[in-house]
Write a protein that binds this ligand. Structure first.
Ligand code: FES
Ligand code: FES
Length: 164
């Protein structure tokens, strides 16, 4: 017998989304398989790699470890919803400029985590970037270009704020 499913309302990228959810469905499953928001990636699916990172109430979280049932009162944002924000665009340009991705599988999670860092710390140093990004794994780049890209984006955004 299959597990019962319930209809829930989630707040995703500023809009109400109605989903049908089993008790054990993760937020990642609902985002990808029902709402077709596929920027968050299913990597390890056990909280290790960070590829599934999304924003919950302003902070990065692992969507694979978040039960969809627990998100009914939360404000969820995915990369699809953050793409037009200045900080996210600066990060994406900096990732391209620094060649901070190869296969790109980790990149959405990296961008979400970096975006969260810059929202709370506009002038991080390299150690702070490394610490903030330490939960996001990359098999391709060796991490140095990612750190450089986050620092470059932060510097660019500070310049923009100082511009008349
Ligand atoms: Fe969620 Fe790896 S897929 S942490
Ligand atoms: Fe391939 Fe990071 S760019 S895993």
């Amino acid at each position: 017998m299959s597990a019962p499913r319930q209809t829930l309302q989630l707040q995703v990228n500023g809009a109400e989304a109605e989903v049908r959810v089993g008790l054990h469905d993760s937020l990642l499953t609902v985002l990808r398989d029902q709402l077709h928001l596929t920027a968050a990636k299913r990597g390890c699916n056990q909280g290790v790699c960070g590829a599934c990172t999304v924003v919950r109430d302003g902070y990065p979280v692992r969507a694979c470890l978040s039960l969809a049932h627990g998100c009914t009162h939360a404000d969820i944002e995915t990369l699809e919803g953050l793409n037009q924000q200045a900080a996210m665009q600066a990060l994406q340009k900096a990732f391209a400029a620094e060649s901070a991705f190869q296969c790109g599988f980790c990149t959405p999670g990296m961008l979400i985590t970096a975006h969260g860092l810059l929202l709370h710390n506009a002038n991080p140093d390299a150690d702070q970037v490394r610490a903030a990004m330490s939960g996001n794994l990359c098999r391709c780049t060796g991490y140095a270009p990612i750190v450089a890209a986050v620092l470059q984006a932060a510097a660019h955004l500070r310049t923009q704020e100082l511009a008349p």
